[in-house]
Design a protein around this ligand. Structure first.
Ligand code: PNS
Length: 166
């Protein structure tokens, strides 16, 4: 059975992420969307469990996609899933350098681990979780940016944040 791991911090999941997950689910028998810590992103909007819940609701229509949370290194997590391949999306050349470096460090930790890249759909090349968070803080319309199932979660979280921070 072919297995893909789609890793990310998903804070929150966007339609760009979902597009990559859906395409991976057509290529691989099984897809694990794995939510991990990114140590360079120190003030997340959502907890890992909140993010997992939002990802689960967003992928519920895809029968061969499951959601996992891990506090391990990605390359260590992948060791436990036989033959798993990492699948990531590339939006632009600017993503490539970072992803190339991640691929090399993952290979250093787990030499058997392969990474495949899917190019982002043109309509999502500008989209990122940080842009969604920023837009939500300004009460901008999130239609076409995030799955409908989680729009309200983001709006509510941004409202709480605004109340707390004035
Ligand atoms: O969506 P992101 O933030 O670009 O995803 C990055 C992520 C979470 C996949 C990456 O930071 C990661 O793999 N985190 C787990 C820890 C790890 O393995 N770090 C790389 C080796 S130091």
């Amino acid at each position: 059975m072919s297995v893909a791991i789609c890793p990310g911090s998903f804070d929150p999941i966007t339609l760009g992420h979902l597009n990559i997950i859906r395409r991976a689910s057509k290529i691989f028998d099984h897809v694990i969307v794995c939510i991990l810590y990114n140590s360079s992103k120190t003030s997340p909007m959502f907890t890992l469990e909140e993010r997992a819940d939002m990802v689960r609701r967003s992928v519920s229509r895809y029968p061969n996609v499951e959601v996992a949370v891990s506090d391990e290194l990605l390359a260590e997590y992948a060791k436990k899933i036989e033959g798993a391949v990492i699948v990531k999306g590339l939006r632009a050349a600017s993503d490539f350098e970072y992803e190339f470096q991640m691929n090399l460090i993952n290979k250093h930790i787990n030499p058997a681990l392969e990474t495949m890249f899917l190019t982002a759909d043109g309509k999502y090349t500008f989209l990122s979780s940080s842009m969604v968070r920023e837009m939500a803080m300004y009460e901008a319309n999130l239609d076409g940016l995030v799955p409908n199932e989680i729009k309200q979660d983001i709006i509510q979280k941004a409202q709480v944040w605004r109340k707390k921070n004035g």
